[in-house]
Design a binder for this molecule. Structure first.
Ligand code: SF4
Length: 937
């Protein structure tokens, strides 16, 4: 009898399981980390977690390799050679902290704005923004300016919410889902799970995207639009709906500013503003009384459309009259836009008809009574089950703000926002339009050794809110909130290094960055960025950017160009909070937040950045971080802050388990056992709204009262959608010569064009300014499903999925260019040239080439071998993109950004693609190999 070998099929690989929150992308799923003898052996999804309900994706599971990456930094470093030489000396933390404090202290006691403090995709902006406020510098932002500020600002100035993590389709009831410009890295697990639900129910899913990968590949219909023309496509759908009378007039009249009266007084200072009564209240036209009445008169017979004359003789029109006139114009007809946007006119007409059919003939009715803000009771919740979602494909264009506003206009005309089946807000949204926070950093708000009176970032409502010096020049180093980009609500990180090196508008003393790879994949125009980081003053021989402090967990390209390195922990080694004060993980059914707890202790000499920041703050005696006695207010570091910091009385970073006994939510005294309560609850907290508060939140009396008590909004007032955006018109009037604060002459035409209060489309600037014949193709990037951060390409598991990138091109187009599969090609823009290897595919807009972003690495970085494919075959489009637009009239070079929000216009890139003469197996440009600063294998 043969004996079978005994094989342990399921050996127990763990002796302990701890919950925490994933950081491998921005979804922040709950995870369970399995440990054996203190070593991470396995990561799984947490079934109880509201975000992922147990699902784990490939990135999340590969977090082990992130944690044990050879690219990790291990010790504080101070530069001893030239920038870029990789010559550093290891130092102790005390020396590092003293050095940082001394550099920063000198800035604070002289001119605090000479500190530029910028962070990347970090998840602690509630802390970092507050720290900048306490320091007293307006020069603060995270990476939103080059990621999604168009998305955020367009939503917040239109309907008090936004796409991305601030809302989601009603996955349970949506019957028609339109997805614009979303690559598969975004909303990873939640969107995948949501699409699964739609597919199961047979809902239609349409993806509008030049590239058919990821989500688009499983869409029922793929619309391969030409990059930067989505606004034309949406405008034509709106044209069709208006022509057919397929709009939700009742929703528009009740819940939007469509019936508000707009003054028609061309050339005057009130032209395009809302007509107001003597108390400043906006007006609507009462069709029965044939007279204007205040918008708070809810019994009025509001005219949705029409042109009227006020008793004082001024002409007015309703907002919606103006909107309808714009979109009914022949230039918005499908036949007029089809060639430019690359979508057949019949397809546009059919999609418009399908949207209308689902919205108006397939309504969803929930047997849930609710009361609107006027006190009117509704016996049921009736929804129009069309939902939309959008992301960077819309956002990263110079026309992204207005395009995104157009998408919101489309949703709102169909009456779908926060109705069953529509797009739903997630707490803390909806918020007033725009949120009642103004940016600070005016000249009289910056003083040595003083905090700012408010946060650096906020929402302007007119020229008076801009951050301008006495001579009208920008107050911020990135020129956010100046005439270059008045509504730059997330700052303009992509301009910091260029402006600082050019001392335009002024020089800075310290550049302090966290987790932002600004010398490589987060830079537009890498070659010049490297020059700027190493540029020296001809007279003194000192670096023009005198001091650079950088914190990161990994030996990225940026580390080599900094002077002082503060090594961060991995996400499994630290406390964190995913806070309602920052970018929360709420669900549409209610607010949620979560924590990270350290599941392992670092074996390297590294410290969590957030704790280091609080330590430096206390050493600098920043008011919020210091007791009246002068000691550290949060001696226990970040976890101490998470529990005890109060932004307003009773409001702290975490909303759950508040009050001394942990029984309060939202508001409540600090609870010393709060973190343990989170741990006991799987590291998250969720409050489910009662059914009557789950929809129509912007106008739902019960919800608005609850949200006020909970601390999400200041007053229980309705959040009326602003289809016509009056703040934009105020900037336009200033550019036309009205008011005390006006733009310089060279900026006027651009403000007048872009600050249209009604959404519209204009060509992306790069295509408008460069020769489209010389550069006939668009070039864009996507993040792959397997990688989100730039750090994904150092992950030994994920590298096996994608170890290098390719330039993807439509088969037929490639053949006309004489390019075969795997040929090396040159890609040339008005700014530079790269060489990469081509892959031919179907499913890409024929005028577009694309590649996976941030896969290309500089040789010697991230703990990779110097000949790693990421370095030798990988490439970046960044070399081709200029951070500045070509010179315009007057010689001034505007940033390559949306003129409204300052959003970096990465996707406006125009290129020429040719078969390379040099077919050698190496990409270009190649830069000298950097020293490997990681811990090694
Ligand atoms: S979707 Fe993102 S947060 Fe969730 S498990 Fe994957 S990587 Fe982690």
């Amino acid at each position: 009898m043969s004996s079978e070998p005994v094989v342990a099929l399921s050996p127990k690989t763990w002796d302990e399981i701890k919950t925490t929150t994933c950081y491998m992308c921005a979804c922040r799923c709950g995870i369970k980390v399995y440990l054996k003898d203190g070593t991470v052996t396995y990561i799984d999804g947490n079934r109880d977690h509201p975000v992922n309900k147990g699902v784990i994706c490939g990135k999340g599971a590969a977090g082990i390799k992130q944690h044990y990456s050879p690219g990790r930094l291990s010790k504080p470093l101070i530069r001893v050679g030239e920038r870029g030489s990789g010559e550093f000396r290891e130092i102790e933390w005390e020396e590092a902290l003293q050095t940082a404090t001394s550099w920063l202290g000198n800035v604070r006691k002289t001119d605090p704005k000479k500190l530029a403090f910028f962070t990347g995709r970090d998840q602690s902006q509630g802390l970092t923004g507050w720290w900048a406020t306490q320091f007293g510098t307006p020069n603060y932002a995270a990476h939103g300016g080059f990621c999604s500020v168009n998305m955020a600002a367009a939503g917040l100035y239109t309907f008090g919410g936004s796409f991305w993590e601030f809302g989601e389709p009603d996955w349970k009831h949506t019957k028609y889902f339109l997805l614009f410009g979303v690559a598969e890295d975004h909303g990873s697990n939640p969107i995948k799970a949501g699409l699964g639900k739609l597919k199961k129910r047979g809902a239609k899913f349409v993806s509008v995207n030049p590239i058919k990968t990821g989500y688009s590949a499983i869409a029922d219909e793929w619309v391969g639009v030409r990059p930067g023309t989505d606004g034309l496509f949406v405008g034509a759908i709106i044209h069709e709906l208006l022509n057919a009378g397929q709009i939700d007039g009742d929703y528009l009249n009740r819940y939007t500013n469509s019936p508000w009266l707009v003054i028609d007084n061309k050339g005057a200072a009130d032209h395009g503003l809302f007509a107001r009564d003597e108390n400043g209240g906006t007006l609507v036209w009462d069709a029965h009384k044939k007279a204007p009445v205040t918008t708070s008169d809810h019994d009025a017979a509001r005219a949705l459309m029409g042109r009227f004359t006020l008793p004082d003789g001024r002409k007015v029109a309703t907002s919606f009259q103006l909107i309808a006139e714009r979109y009914l114009a022949p230039e918005n007809a499908p036949d007029a836009v089809t060639e430019r946007c690359g979508v057949p006119a019949d397809t546009i007409r059919r999609l418009a008809a399908e949207l209308a059919h689902v919205a108006f003939k397939e309504t969803v009715t929930l047997d849930v009574p609710w009361t609107d803000f006027t006190g009117r009771r509704h016996e049921k919740m009736i929804g129009r089950p069309v939902a939309m979602h959008a992301m960077r494909g819309i956002s990263a264009h110079a026309n992204g703000f207005q395009t995104c506003r157009a998408i919101h206009l489309l949703q709102i005309m169909l009456g779908t926002i926060d109705t069953p089946g529509g797009f739903r807000y997630k707490a803390p949204f909806p918020r007033p339009i725009p949120p009642h926070i103004k940016p600070t950093g005016k000249p009289d708000q910056i003083w040595p050794n003083e905090p700012l009176p408010g946060p650096p970032l906020g929402f302007v409502t007119g020229p008076e809110d801009l951050l301008l010096a006495a001579d009208g020049t920008p107050q911020r180093i990135d020129k956010a909130y100046s005439w270059d980009a008045p509504i730059a609500a997330h700052g303009m990180m992509h301009m910091v290094i260029t402006n600082a090196a050019k001392r335009d508008p002024y020089g800075i003393d310290v550049l302090f960055m966290y987790m932002a790879n600004m010398s490589w994949n987060s830079a537009m125009n890498i070659p010049d960025t490297l020059k700027y980081l190493t540029a020296k003053d001809e007279k003194t021989g000192d670096y023009i950017i005198p001091k650079i402090i950088y914190s990161d967990a990994y030996a990225s390209e940026m580390v080599h160009y900094a002077d002082l390195i503060l090594p961060d922990t991995t996400y499994l080694e630290r406390w964190d909070c995913i806070s309602l004060l920052d970018r929360p993980i709420s669900e549409a059914d209610g607010p949620a937040d979560s924590i990270r707890q350290p599941v392992v202790e670092p074996e390297r000499d590294v410290r969590p950045f957030q704790t280091v920041l609080l330590d430096i703050g206390a050493r600098l005696k920043l008011p919020g971080m210091t007791t009246p006695e002068g000691t550290a207010r949060y001696p226990g570091g970040y976890p101490d802050y998470i529990v005890n910091h109060e932004r307003a009385p009773g409001v702290g970073p975490l909303a759950g388990f508040r009050g001394v006994d942990g029984t309060q939510s939202g508001k409540g005294a600090p609870n010393p056992n709060q973190l343990q309560a989170y741990i006991d609850n799987g590291c998250h907290w969720f409050y489910e709204l009662p059914d009557e508060h789950k929809y129509f939140k912007h106008v739902n009396k019960g919800y608005l009262e609850w949200a006020t008590g909970f601390g999400l909004i200041g007053k229980p007032e309705p959040i009326i959608h602003q289809l016509y955006c009056e703040p934009l018109q105020k900037f336009r009037l200033a550019a036309e010569g009205h008011g005390a604060i006006q733009p310089p002459d060279g900026h006027r035409a651009r403000i007048i064009e872009a600050f249209d209060p009604i959404p519209f489309w204009y060509p992306p600037f790069e295509g408008d300014l460069v020769d489209e014949v010389a550069f006939p193709m668009h070039a864009v990037t996507q993040r792959p499903m397997a990688m989100y951060h730039a750090w994904g390409s150092q992950n030994s598991w994920l590298r096996q999925i994608l170890g290098r990138n390719w330039l993807y091109i439509a088969k037929e187009r490639a053949h006309t260019l004489g390019i075969e599969d795997e040929d090396w090609v040159t890609v040339t823009s008005h700014h530079g040239q790269i060489k990469g290897q081509a892959k031919l595919m179907n499913g890409v807009n024929p005028d577009t080439v694309w590649t996976w972003n941030a896969i290309g690495k500089r040789s010697g970085t991230w703990g990779l071998k110097k000949d790693a494919p990421e370095a030798k075959q990988g490439f970046l489009l960044n070399h081709l993109i200029s951070e500045l637009l070509p010179e315009r009239e007057g010689g001034y070079r505007f940033s390559n950004s949306d003129p409204v929000t300052g959003q970096a216009a990465w996707y406006d890139l125009r290129v020429r693609v040719e078969k390379a003469v040099d077919q050698s197996n190496i990409s270009s440009p190649q830069f000298p190999t950097l020293k490997n600063l990681g811990v090694g294998q």
